[in-house]
Design a protein around this ligand. Sequence first.
Ligand code: ZN
Ligand code: ZN
Ligand code: ZN
Length: 138
Amino acid sequence: MNKQEAIDVLQERGYKMTKRRMDILDFFFREDKYYTAKDLYEFMESIYPGISFDTVYRNLHLYHDVGILESTDLQAEKHFRMNCGDHHHHHFICKACGKTEKLHICPMQEAEVLLRHFQIDGHKFEVYGLCPACQAAS
Ligand SMILES: [Zn+2]
Ligand SMILES: [Zn+2]
Ligand SMILES: [Zn+2]
């Protein structure tokens, strides 16, 4: 999803594009990586001193609910990134910096054979480790 598509999704649902909502989009579209609610809050606080965590959190969840953001649990904390799903793929996620890399393979082809007597509704597959930059830094 690109920034314009994200704006369309919000406007189709009747949400006005305020500067604050644009700033949140800008934050997530900077890089292919996962961020925590706290990361977003710190960014927003630097632009809008004194903004409440609730306001930021509400918008974060709105973006997640309408499908602009996807989420995953890393180190027992929820992380968010822009939804990059147009076609099916999975992610490598750097556990140090949150950067992601697309993986254009899916283990389901093999799993479906093993589970042929079961009805499958969905799946999740993520690979964790250190990206090249974080390996160099450690
Ligand atoms: Zn992706
Ligand atoms: Zn990294
Ligand atoms: Zn898959």
